[in-house]
Ligand binder design. Structure first.
Ligand SMILES: Nc1ncnc2c1ncn2[C@@H]1O[C@H](COP(=O)(O)OP(=O)(O)OP(=O)(O)O)[C@@H](O)[C@H]1O
Ligand SMILES: Cc1ncc(CO)c(N)n1
Length: 454
């Protein structure tokens, strides 16, 4: 018997760019990102680089007719929803794209000039040719250094980035996104400038800088993510915003591969989504264990919450918990409602704050704190760290739980297995047990219960 097929038709996206043998940037980054974003990735390779995480060891430009043939093969067959360009290497290749550009919709131009390692990827005489391509672009995405070369301005702060963005729009681009990864500061500010006939405005996208040099492939990944969103039909500002959110996560959870600093995590959002079911199941297992073990001696007045974070969690939407908490009954404990994502309570906040210090922490549960529990915590194999709300500086901006978690982690030589909050007027003292997986956390709960019973 044969079965009926069930085809899908994702929007096709073309990347015209160089190959990075190291897999972090170029065509390799583009195809991973396009597929992860729900597009169908096609490619025209301009140059084959011998490259790894430490630098570029060689590059071989393909004959212009071979590059043209790839673009024509793809264009004649696919209904392209968007096109992005990366390493174009020479003015001849830039002009080849200019020839095709009037018939390409959603053209995102990443004017790649220099690799993160400092190696040149564009002939110097090709810099001027870019102006011809900008006139055809939906969006141009220079980093600060590229914006300097293209506009002749110093780009050292977001105000200068805005001015450079306006210059690029005056060259004919519908919009320019001047990226702030190379501009120093605790925040990264990416500045989107759109032409008057488009939205005609300036939008600053800000996020906290991740303390890492592992940004290899960040520009390629961003432009591919934006092109893919445009191919899905998003408006420019939505596509840029989604792309930047992806990069914040992809830089934080970068790949630690090779001898160099490392490359961004192109598929991080897909992998995070893929871990949602496993995370809920793990929280459910912990809750069942709490019922089976009868954790009544550990249930605080406010009730017990079990929370779990997805593998690459960043926001409350990535944290699942037993809503309504676990409460005591006459003959044990019961969870009041099912496990749900988007937790905003203390334990969810606690978990996300702990992950700022050690992202291996995935699960947490809060317990009451009396003399028995305090003594039992001493039986845990690992560090128990305490914070005192009275030490929190008056007028501190950081929310109390987040501040306390920071204190507890700083005071502990290793990731603590339990954090004690001594409470204050109106806040019940509590302990929060932490684990990298469900079994570890259940093990901690058992240890504390056994010690209380003993
Ligand atoms: N340290 C960082 N922390 C958080 N986000 C970052 C960091 N560095 C770069 N980004 C983000 O990565 C994206 C690309 O910015 P960047 O300025 O690094 O581009 P690029 O230099 O073209 O990249 P490439 O390294 O591929 O050449 C931007 O959205 C930026 O916000
Ligand atoms: C092939 C290629 N394209 C782009 C970049 C920019 O990161 C790189 N390092 N290598």
């Amino acid at each position: 018997m044969t079965r009926a097929d069930a085809p899908v038709t994702p929007p096709a996206v073309l990347t015209i760019a160089g190959s990075d043998s190291g897999g972090g940037a170029g065509i390799q980054a583009d195809l991973k990102t396009i597929e992860a974003g729900g597009g169908f990735g096609t490619s025209a390779i301009t140059s084959v680089t011998a490259q790894n995480t430490t630098g570029v060891q060689g590059q071989h430009l393909l004959p212009i007719e071979e590059i043209a043939a790839q673009i024509e093969s793809v264009r004649s067959d696919f209904d392209l929803g968007a096109v992005k360009t990366g390493m174009l290497a020479t003015s001849e290749v830039v002009d080849l794209v200019v020839e095709h550009a009037p018939e390409l919709q959603n053209l995102v131009v990443d004017p790649v000039m220099v690799a993160a390692s400092g190696d040149r990827l564009l002939d110097e005489d090709a810099e001027d040719a870019y102006e011809r391509l900008f006139a055809e672009a939906t969006l141009v995405t220079p980093n600060a250094d590229e914006a300097e070369v293209l506009t002749g301005r110093d780009v050292e702060d977001p105000e200068a980035a805005e001015r450079a963005g306006r210059d690029i729009v005056e060259m004919g681009a519908d919009a320019a996104l001047v990226k702030g990864g190379h501009i120093t500061g605790e925040e990264v500010v990416d500045t989107l400038v759109t032409a008057p006939e488009e939205a005609g405005g300036v939008t600053s996208f800000r996020h906290d800088r991740i303390d890492t040099a592992a940004t290899h492939g960040s520009g390629c990944t961003l432009s591919s993510a934006i092109a893919t969103r445009l191919a899905h039909g998003d408006d420019l500002s939505g596509a840029v915003s989604a792309g930047i959110d992806l990069l914040a996560r992809a830089v934080r959870y970068h790949h630690d591969v090779g001898e160099g600093p490392g490359a961004v995590h192109h598929m991080v959002e897909l992998r995070n989504e893929a871990s949602r079911t496993e995370t809920v199941e793990a929280v459910e297992r912990i809750v069942s264990a709490c019922v089976d073990l009868d954790v009544s001696p550990l249930v605080p007045e406010v009730g017990m919450t079990v929370a779990g974070a997805t593998a690459y969690a960043e926001t409350p939407d990535d944290a699942a918990a037993v809503e309504g908490r676990i409460t005591r009954t006459r003959d044990g404990v019961r969870p009041n409602r099912g496990v749900r994502y988007g937790v905003s309570g203390t334990v969810g906040r606690f978990l996300l704050a702990a992950r700022e210090h050690d992202p291996a922490v995935r699960f947490a549960v809060n317990c009451r704190l009396n003399d028995d529990v305090r003594a039992a915590l001493g039986e845990l194999a690992g560090s128990v760290s305490t914070y005192d709300r009275a030490d929190r500086p008056a007028g501190a901006e950081t929310e109390a739980t987040t501040w306390g978690v920071g204190q507890a982690f700083e005071a502990s030589p290793e990731t603590p297995v339990a954090v004690v909050d001594n409470g204050e007027v109106g806040v019940e003292a509590s302990a929060t047990l932490l684990g990298a997986d469900a079994d570890t956390l259940v093990g901690h709960i058992e240890t504390v219960l056994d010690a209380i019973d003993a």
